[in-house]
Design a protein around this ligand. Structure first.
Ligand SMILES: Nc1ncnc2c1ncn2[C@@H]1O[C@H](COP(=O)(O)OP(=O)(O)OP(=O)(O)O)[C@@H](O)[C@H]1O
Length: 606
């Protein structure tokens, strides 16, 4: 298949233009990420959030620049297959000593798939599979992690040194106290465990920045045991740094790196080395999601798609309509064996949904760019995705053809005798248990409990889910998000029991809403009228009217009113609106209040 000789100078020039385009992208991406340290040191929180948002756009901007250059300088789209074969080979050659080869390969794909016809979307021309290994790439600069070998007695000294080695500009309120706390927490984890000869701390060389936090991430190794840990470093009210908690174990780390949070800013020369290290801390987290969490979302998308194709090859179940109440604007389906859902925007919505495809896309985009505070699922957006038709349940095909005909094409697109169902546009996100179904399970158990223990467990689950639901809304409020449609069915429960929102089509900024009390009736007629008799503006919200929709079930009502009655009060929402308008930014930390160290008066801004 491949040419014997690399004899096209044009092919080399195009490959070189492609690698130059990628290098420019990564230089800018890395510079922006490394500036996060300065923004943290100077408490430039608004700047940090702005940078987090803006960095998401970098990739598409650079891809478009590269496409334009290739077309203008090289008429790339007109080059024959032979030249494109050579372009890929030259590009591989240019990656031999590259430090981000996997990202460069994806960049190559992003650019070339915009230029080439679908017939070229195969491994001879683009990187369907990676060509260059990412193992053992050694950075030119600082190594990607550092190892420290403390003794039992010297652990606090070592922790202090670990923190100092990040060279944050500024002062700690009490670094010794923090180091001793962390050392005590570590020794608590290794209580009555012999410290082995290999006892060591390994920490990634860059801090992870997000919103108002900087996170030190690493692992403790003792004998055969490896314990992941992370230390959140924050500012106290006086602007001094302090370590707020010591997080340990895979679950805590998963919370920190959740798909429902904004992406981190980290200065990485060899991102694959960071991913490999992080994977050793969270072996169950797909590499795609780790790349996403590091802000390398296109790489996440590439890897997700490869995982998906491989999963399809090694499974035989069928795509079906997702369990739960069907959406009015989204058609949602899943593959039972695969932990994600696929969402297509319908062509028709019921009259109460006054929206358009563009508006819905805008809302999803808003969420992607916003701080998702652990409460809004991230979505991957794909265009023109082909699925094998014979893997679809017939009623799902019928549903797609009925509600989203403009989005569906069925045919043998590649002329290889295999019928495909192609979706023009689809969002993909983590599958959760819809909260209405989760609650229904507890209702069923409570209605006919097998034993008192089962009844108690069901009651605890119900109370926990309702409390979490309110917490989810309050976290979103802190981040200036009004979910719009707060029905149970629009929230899901994750593996770790967190409640996360996923229905974005009615989302608004809190600061754009008018939170009002229902006015007192003017006369008896108003009072008796079943209709709304007062005038309602498009952005008016009446929190006291949420109750009847949400709290029909007595146990739910009791659990809700015990913790979250304030959500039914316009004053609660209004006060948050005013706080946000005054420029205050609340903290929503990726760990529980109970995990925080005591802070003699240094309470942060909860
Ligand atoms: N991430 C997910 N995990 C599991 N199920 C999901 C997920 N997202 C959506 N669903 C299922 O699909 C249904 C419809 O999804 P969604 O709420 O996004 O659609 P919608 O059209 O925006 O809804 P609405 O009619 O409330 O506006 C949900 O009620 C739920 O049952």
């Amino acid at each position: 298949m491949f040419p014997q000789r690399l004899d096209s100078p044009l092919a080399y020039d195009i490959a070189k233009a492609l690698i130059d385009g990628f290098n420019r992208h990564y230089r800018l991406f890395r510079a922006e990420s490394s500036r996060a340290k300065h923004r943290f040191e100077t408490a430039d929180w608004h700047g940090q959030q702005r940078a987090q948002r803006e960095r998401i756009e970098f990739y598409d901007l650079r891809v478009n620049e590269a496409v334009a250059r290739l077309e203008k300088e090289f008429k790339a789209g007109d080059q024959p297959m032979d030249v494109w074969h050579q372009i890929k080979l030259h590009f591989i050659g240019l990656l031999v000593n590259h430090h981000q080869p996997e990202l460069a390969e994806s960049f190559f794909n992003s650019v070339t798939t915009k230029i080439l016809h679908r017939a070229y979307f195969q491994n001879d021309f683009i990187f369907v599979r990676p060509a260059i290994s990412t193992e053992y790439i050694e950075p030119r600069g600082a190594p990607h992690f550092r190892a420290y070998y403390p003794t039992h007695e010297g652990l606090a000294d070592t922790v202090e040194r670990v923190i100092e080695d990040y060279a944050l500009l500024g002062t700690f309120a009490n670094k010794r106290r923090d180091a001793e706390r962390v050392a005590a927490a570590i020794l608590g984890r290794f209580h009555q465990v012999k410290l082995r000869a290999n006892f060591q701390l390994q920490v990634l060389s860059g801090l992870f920045y997000r919103n108002k936090g900087a996170y030190l991430v690493g692992k403790i190794i003792n004998g055969f045991v490896e314990l992941p840990f992370a230390l959140p470093i924050l500012h106290d009210r006086k602007g001094h740094f302090y370590v707020d908690a010591a997080l340990f174990g895979e679950d805590d780390l998963q919370m920190l790196f959740s798909f429902a949070r904004a992406y981190f800013m980290v200065d990485m020369e060899v991102p694959s080395a960071f991913v490999q290290f992080l994977r050793s801390l969270m072996p169950r987290k797909p590499r795609a999601e780790i790349y996403n969490a590091l802000g390398l979302a296109k790489q996440g998308k590439t890897l997700f798609y490869r995982d998906f194709l491989s999963h399809l090859n090694y499974s035989s179940d069928k795509f079906r309509i997702a369990p739960g109440i069907k959406g009015m604007v989204m058609l949602v389906f899943d593959l039972p064996s695969f932990p994600y859902v696929f969402k297509v925007i319908k062509d028709y919505y019921p009259p109460q949904k006054e929206t358009t495809r563009e508006q819905i896309k805008g809302k999803y985009m808003l969420v992607k760019h916003h701080d998702r505070v652990g409460r809004m699922a991230d979505t991957l957006e794909y265009s023109d995705v082909g699925f094998p038709l014979d893997r679809f349940e017939p009623d799902l095909v019928a549903e797609l053809e009925k509600f989203a005909p403009s989005q569906v094409e069925i045919g043998d697109r590649d002329g290889n005798g295999e019928m495909e169902l192609v979706l023009k546009h689809v969002y993909i996100e983590r599958r959760m248990i819809p909260l209405n179904l989760y609650l229904q399970e507890t209702f069923d158990l409570l209605a006919a409990p097998e034993s008192p223990a089962v009844a108690k467990r069901a009651r605890d689950q119900l109370e926990h889910a309702v409390a979490e639901y309110g917490n989810a809304i309050k976290d979103m409020v802190a981040a200036n998000i009004f979910p719009g449609d707060m029905l149970w069915k629009n929230f899901g429960v994750t593996l770790n029991g967190k409640v996360v929102f996923y229905d974005y089509d009615e989302i608004e900024y809190i600061t754009d809403c008018n939170f009002r009390r229902v006015p007192a009736p003017r006369n008896e007629e108003d009072e008796m009228s079943g209709e709304i008799w007062y005038s309602v503006g498009p952005k008016d919200v009446f929190p006291e009217t949420f109750g009847p929709f949400l709290l029909g079930n007595d146990s739910v009502r009791k659990a809700f009113m015990a913790k979250h009655a304030d959500l039914l009060d316009a004053a609660f929402w209004q006060s948050h609106k005013e706080r946000i308008q005054a420029g205050q930014m609340l903290d929503v930390f990726p760990y529980d209040e109970a995990q925080r160290f005591e802070h003699d008066g240094h309470a942060p801004y909860f």
